[in-house]
Unconditional design. Structure first.
Lengths: 410, 140
């Protein structure tokens, strides 16, 4: 048994999971890939910060400012440890994964990409790891080259080999697909990319919340992720980057905190990571992020991913029992806790709406991955996704709900 | 307002048995609309005499809400003036389909209405497209 989580106690940590969607119909929350629910410890940490320690950070001499700074920087230290970064200086706070990727595209990209250069993305990317590179490529007249996805929902690695011969400058890929659940072999890809001196940016929005991620063995040069998908609040995310890369990059946004000294004609940038953190940041959110990290550390990321492996295996077996259901992406052992599916003859939005009447929250649409849906010839899919607080009984409720959908459309 | 069950019955009836479905010979104006979020597509045809919608039809594919709303809307506007059509909005649909059922699916429900309004506007401006094959797909 990899599942060492005590589910009954753990569910009680998340106040919203006790909610009934209507009288007698408890919530079944299967949309954690979009955003996770928050444990009471996170909500209380943010609440306490505002009640007891609220002040602006850095430069303040008074007690509250020192407390706020210690909380804000303390969270950074814990995040650094969580992903085994060499130093907290490598942890840049952003608003979310999207902003982290944009930071690299603007700062590193505009300093390093020239006309004709090759930027590599994959066909399974979220729009946030496509559009910033399209914008950069258009501005610099660079080439955007795409690693295609196989019918099994995995990256076509032999095509990647031939793309490497074009001498790309950067390879941008997701660690785990938010639709197919595919876990990409980042270390293997990074080794090959580095052999042709390309950098590797990893979208960790889905992997950092669900798998143990170690930046010292991952092989990536940049890693982007968001707090809100890992039990933390919205409005804060992280860009991790290798220190020497971050140091060589020009600043992103200009303003307070990112400078060491300003005159009316020039400025000197601050040290890492403050160089990339202009303006008053999301302080309470950083405090909440720190509490979320503590929560996940105490649950154990090995146990979290083990629990999800079991639940996705069970979910795939049960979903495939339902006639007309097709689940996309690799088999359970090669994917995370995400099941994007269709049901013959029923539009995904109709599925989601009928499931909602039974308290079951799934997402329907293209999940911000339009090119991937086009690849599979689908306008939309329904998506059930799982996290540490989901149970097999909830999978059963989903399957019962799908039989209800079929009955309605029979 | 219909009860929830009445609304669902109406929606499923129009979804299973769409009224005025299919291409129309010699339309006066054609428009094709798509909701890019869910991929719903509706193409509408109008025949107009003296500012009045003599007949209308639609074709499409997509979710129950988008397709049944198209059937309901087309049925509603036949015999009405173009001005009546331009005055219609999501609220008039909600009265039939139930605000509760429409819920967050407003864009699906108003897809056909937006295509119809676009076709009417093109007709008024003298820029109507008169064949399905030529109608560009507009994102609504």
């Amino acid at each position: 048994m990899t599942d060492s989580l005590d589910l009954s106690n753990l569910r009680a940590d998340f106040p919203v999971l006790a909610r009934e969607i209507k009288p007698g119909v408890p919530l079944v929350y299967l949309d954690s890939t979009a955003t996770s629910q928050k444990p009471a410890a996170v909500i209380e940490a943010m609440n306490n910060y505002y009640r007891l320690s609220n002040a602006n950070i850095h430069r303040g001499v008074h007690t509250l400012a020192e407390e706020a700074t210690a909380l804000y920087e303390g969270a950074r230290e814990r995040i650094a440890k969580f992903i085994n970064a060499k130093s907290a200086q490598e942890i840049v706070y952003t608003r979310n994964t999207t902003e982290s990727i944009n930071l690299v595209a603007y700062s590193w990209g505009r300093a390093n990409i020239k006309a004709g250069d090759v930027i590599v993305i994959t066909e399974m990317e979220h729009h946030s790891n496509i559009v910033p590179w399209q914008m950069l490529a258009a501005e610099k007249n660079a080439r955007l080259v795409v690693i295609p996805v196989t019918d099994d929902g995995e990256l076509n690695l032999s095509r990647f080999e031939s793309i490497l011969e074009m001498g790309p400058k950067i390879v941008c890929l997701t660690h785990m697909s938010n639709v197919l659940g595919t876990i990409n072999p980042v270390a293997q890809i990074a080794e090959k990319a580095h052999a042709v001196r390309a950098l590797v940016l990893v979208d960790g929005a889905q992997s950092v919340p669900h798998l143990p991620v170690d930046t010292q063995s991952l092989g990536a040069d940049f890693l982007a992720f968001s707090a809100h998908k890992m039990c933390g609040p919205t409005g804060i995310g992280v860009l991790w980057g290798r220190k020497e890369l971050l140091e060589a990059m020009p600043p992103f946004l200009g303003g307070g905190d990112m400078i060491r000294r300003v005159t009316l004609t020039e400025f000197r940038v601050n040290d890492l990571p403050h160089k990339f953190e202009a303006g008053t940041p999301a302080i309470a959110e950083a405090v909440g992020f720190g509490a979320a990290i503590d929560y996940l550390v105490s649950a154990g990321m090995g146990a979290v991913s083990g629990h999800e492996r079991e639940i996705i295996a069970y979910a795939l077996d049960r979903l495939e029992e339902v006639p007309g259901v097709k689940v996309y992406g690799p088999r359970a052992e090669r994917k995370g806790g995400v099941a994007a599916f269709t049901l013959d003859g029923v539009h995904p939005h109709d599925i989601a709406q009928i499931l909602d009447t039974r308290g079951i929250a799934v997402r329907a649409g293209h999940h911000c991955a339009m090119p991937l849906h086009e690849r599979f010839g689908l306008p939309a899919t329904a998506r059930a996704s799982f996290y540490l607080y989901n149970t097999q009984a909830e999978v059963d409720r989903l399957v019962d709900g799908l039989y209800e959908v079929k009955k309605l459309f029979a | 307002m219909p009860t929830r069950q009445e609304a669902i019955d109406l929606i499923l009836d129009h979804f299973d048995h769409p009224r005025n479905f299919g291409a129309m010979p010699n339309p006066d104006s054609v428009a094709s609309g798509r909701n890019p979020v869910c991929g719903d597509v509706v193409t509408v045809c109008l025949r107009i005499t003296g500012g009045r919608i003599e007949t209308a039809s639609f074709e499409g594919r997509g979710c129950t809400i988008s397709q049944s709303a198209a059937s309901i809307t087309v049925e509603q506007i036949i015999g009405k003036s173009l001005a009546d059509l331009m005055r219609m909005d999501g609220d008039s649909l909600a009265a039939e389909m139930g605000a509760d059922v429409m819920g967050s699916r407003h864009r699906c429900a108003t897809l056909a209405l937006n295509a119809l309004k676009f076709a009417a506007t093109q007709y008024r401006n003298g820029t109507a497209i008169r064949s399905q094959a030529d109608a560009p797909v507009m994102d609504f």
